[in-house]
Design a protein around this ligand. Structure first.
Ligand code: FMN
Length: 316
């Protein structure tokens, strides 16, 4: 085919599919470079991309991470970090992670409901729902979601010379090295039998630990709000809190990457369970990370809010 033929073929195609010209223009605009990017006051993602080739413009932090993220079994530093965790002290620490849970003041959750809907149906009908009704969810529904998200359902024996019975409690969502660095916090708003407030889910005991009464109340509309959702009508929010040192001590920079993957697994379990229960839910990218961290007492250095999911009943 000659250049002329192919040009004609392209214009013929665009004449019959005019929307493709818009699609092509959008794709091309991200490849053009702007010399003004470095002096742009607000760094919108597009202006960062446009200035990418200028030495004065720093790229995305994500790009820095990926450029510096070495993942190889031959990386000696990584191997040293990992092998350290085969030591009996690290093994025993992982096996006894239940000791980190508080018993006094913890609220026992009802046992999870056994969900009967088929996996194929549940996966296929899971959709993000934003039209919350304000109707409360029951404690059993909350317990069922939390158990599917992060409940303990297995055990891996790791006998050591000091403790023949040592075993790591395994949860429903996978985690690198069984370290489980992501903690679920429940922000309850309309949950029957549960006062409004923040609670940490404790998977070993299947309990909720109330945050100290001194902690600041969550300002739902300012901290969690997006234009798409009336957050006041959601029954609750699940906040995913990552403890950086919970797994970076073993995996180095891969710790963050692993944690974000783990958050995806946990939140998928949340969505499948709530779909099966007939609840609606929506992940939220637009929450105020720093404000929420201040409210929850996360230092924003080693403990970070990395994700948030709203749950509740939908409008009839
Ligand atoms: C990390 C993440 C952040 C999201 N943030 C928002 C959000 O802020 N507001 C919203 O309405 N939907 C949000 N969503 C939901 C997506 O819009 C939704 O998953 C997508 O449109 C696909 O639709 P579905 O989930 O119904 O299949 C988010 C989803 C993910 C995974």
């Amino acid at each position: 085919m000659s250049l002329k033929d192919s040009q004609e073929a392209v214009s013929d195609h665009l004449n019959h599919n005019s929307h493709m010209a818009t699609v092509a223009a959008f794709g091309q605009q991200h490849t053009s470079v702007s010399m003004y990017s470095a002096t742009t006051v607000v760094r919108a993602p597009e202006s960062v991309v446009r200035g990418r080739w200028s030495p004065a413009v720093h790229g995305f932090l994500g790009e820095e991470l990926l450029l510096n993220h070495r993942r190889s079994g031959r990386d000696l530093g990584m191997q040293l970090g990992v092998s350290r965790f085969y030591g009996h002290d690290a093994v025993l620490s992982t096996a006894h992670s239940d000791l980190a849970e508080r018993v006094d003041g913890a609220i026992a959750l009802p046992p999870r409901r056994r969900l009967r809907s088929g996996l194929t149906d549940t996966v296929g009908t899971r959709r993000s729902g934003r039209g919350f009704s304000g109707k409360p969810v029951s404690l059993e529904e909350l317990a069922t979601v939390l158990w599917h998200a992060q409940g303990v359902s297995g055990s891996l024996p790791v006998p050591t010379a000091q403790d023949d019975d040592a075993a790591v409690a395994l949860r429903n969502a996978p985690s690198g090295g069984g370290l489980y660095p992501v903690r679920l916090t429940v922000l309850a708003q309309h949950v029957k039998g549960l006062a409004a407030g923040a609670y940490a889910y404790q998977p070993h005991g299947h309990t909720l630990l109330p945050y100290p009464p001194t902690s600041r109340p969550v300002d739902w509309s300012r901290q969690l709000g997006t234009a798409d959702v009336e957050v006041d009508k959601a029954a609750l929010a699940l906040v995913y809190v990552y403890d950086l040192y919970g797994n970076s001590q073993k995996y180095g920079d891969s710790g963050l990457v692993f944690a974000l993957i783990e958050v995806g697994g946990i939140s998928q379990n949340v969505h499948l369970a709530r779909t099966s229960l007939g609840l609606i839910g929506c992940d939220q990218g637009g929450y105020d990370k720093q404000a929420l961290e201040r409210t929850l007492g996360c230092d924003g250095t080693s403990r970070h809010v990395v994700h948030l999911t709203l749950l509740g009943h939908g409008e009839a």
